[in-house]
Design a protein around this ligand. Structure first.
Ligand code: CTP
Length: 455
């Protein structure tokens, strides 16, 4: 009987509140019950930001959700994409120049033809819609069309479990029907610092002993892993997946050992550090942690694990290629560090050439290969934050202003200036300009042309 209207007024951004009120008004107009359900309500009660609105319409007919979606799109000036097989729609509209999406569904019952299959769907009541969901804390809804607005619907003790920090499935077959829920349980446990209820944990073990992961579509498994790898607590999620036996069930080689745990912990810290730098180049979580999970594996073992983790062929090829590039770079890096330690000539430009083909995720993994005070870690950190981003202080325009003839050699000259800058051979831009002129003269000389290559 709890009413969340005040909580919504206090916590939700104005535009989200307006969207919910609009959906409620449409419900009254079209004579249907309208709810916001699932993770949005969970996070509202937890006081965590979540603007992912999932609307559910309850009433007569399979198309009730579609009717709500079309009217909502009309009011918001958007369009509707329908998925009739699943009784769901997405309303896509623009707000302040940004594209927004709202999921709208008919309240529906789902049943599974066989374990780990995709569900068959039938229109139903909000209660049946909520009972088919994964955990009590996600089986919550708020009614939007009623007066008063904002009545909480909690049939299964979701509020209580949120308060107690417990993740609990709603029925014993939950993990059998959808084994990805084992991964979701771990993700939510780590995200919110919750524990998995004892009985639910037993059901995970049961699902594992039935070898249900083997039946899961690779795409769904990979999708869940990719989401986990983007969580700030990804490393802890992987450790928990390991201790529950889920990693070993996916592939025995994925089981953790102390060395791998240390490596993944470091990698997780380095990944967070990189994100805090807010560099334009985004490192993708799944690549970072997939490299980490199979660090030091040979080609065949890594390939087998990536297949078991559900990687689509294109992405698998990408990451396998990335591993090879990383391996070559790692050998060169070790040699470079040794030369430097021995007082030999270890040019930054040579390091740059070694690391240039490595993806940003690979660079983070190379950095994690060094311990806290390890030179490899320090060098990689400097390379990622500084050397890699270094540019020549002069541009093509400056070269033209210097009287050089524009052409493909400009790129080569600027790269050589950058290398000289990395190696500390040139200082201010005036010195870089002098070098550029010298280089241009040499280039022209090589091309057998007369004169200094000036216009
Ligand atoms: N759901 C489910 N079983 C799944 C996936 C989803 O029961 N395997 C239900 C849950 O009720 C969930 C809702 O669908 O709350 C929406 O799913 P999704 O958007 O994937 O997750 P959220 O719970 O919103 O979590 P997140 O905050 O990670 O987006």
């Amino acid at each position: 009987t709890r009413n969340l209207a005040k909580l919504m007024r206090d916590r939700l951004p104005r535009n989200v509140q307006h969207l919910l009120e609009t959906a409620g008004a449409i419900g009254r107009e079209l004579d249907m019950r309208v709810y916001v359900a699932g993770g949005f309500v969970r996070d509202l009660l937890l006081g965590k930001p979540n603007n992912d609105v999932d609307l559910v319409a309850e009433g007569r007919g399979n198309d009730i959700g579609s009717r709500l979606a079309h009217r909502l799109a009309e009011v918001l000036g958007g369009r509707v994409r329908e998925h009739p097989k699943f009784l769901t729609c997405v309303v896509i509209y623009e707000e302040d120049g940004k594209e927004c999406r709202v999921d709208v569904a008919t309240a529906r019952l789902e049943y599974y033809e066989h374990p780990a299959a995709l569900p068959t769907v039938e229109a139903s009541s909000i209660k049946m819609d909520l009972v088919r969901r994964d955990f009590s804390m996600n089986a919550l809804a708020v009614r939007l069309d009623s007066t008063p607005f904002g009545q909480l619907v909690d049939f299964f003790g979701g509020q209580r479990d949120l308060r107690d920090g417990v993740i609990r499935v709603l029925h014993t077959l939950s993990f059998v029907e959808d084994p990805t829920r084992c991964l979701r349980a771990v993700r939510f446990a780590q995200r919110y610092g919750f524990r998995i209820a004892q009985a639910s944990e037993k059901l995970i073990k049961n699902a594992l002993s039935l070898k249900l992961f083997e039946r899961l579509s690779p795409a769904r498994l990979f999708h869940e892993f990719a989401i986990i790898c983007e969580e700030p607590t990804a490393t802890e999620c992987l450790f928990m997946l390991d201790s529950l036996g889920i990693l070993a069930a996916i592939h025995p080689l994925l089981q953790m050992n102390p060395a791998r745990r240390t490596f993944l912990r470091r990698l997780g810290e380095i990944f967070s550090w990189y994100r805090m730098l807010y560099f334009e180049e985004v490192a993708e979580g799944w690549i970072v942690f997939f490299l980490g999970m199979c660090n030091n594996f040979n080609f065949r073992d890594a390939s087998a694990c990536y297949t078991a983790l559900g990687l689509p062929p294109q992405r698998k090829q990408e990451i396998m290629q990335g591993r090879e590039t990383m391996r070559t770079a790692a050998t060169g890096l070790t040699r470079w560090l040794r030369t430097r330690e021995d007082g030999g000539e270890a040019r930054v430009s040579a390091l740059d050439a070694l690391l240039e083909p490595v993806s940003v995720e690979g660079l983070l993994a190379l950095m994690a290969q060094g311990g806290e005070d390890d030179p490899q870690r320090r060098v990689m950190s400097r390379y990622i934050t500084q050397w890699r981003r270094e540019k020549a202080d002069i541009t093509g325009k400056d070269l033209i202003a210097l009287g050089l003839r524009p052409g493909p050699q400009f790129g080569e000259i600027l790269r050589a200036v950058r290398r000289a800058k990395l190696d500390g051979e040139v200082g201010a831009s005036s010195e870089q300009a002098e070098l550029a002129v010298r280089l241009s003269e040499q280039t022209d000389g090589r091309a057998g042309q007369k004169g200094p290559g000036c216009v």
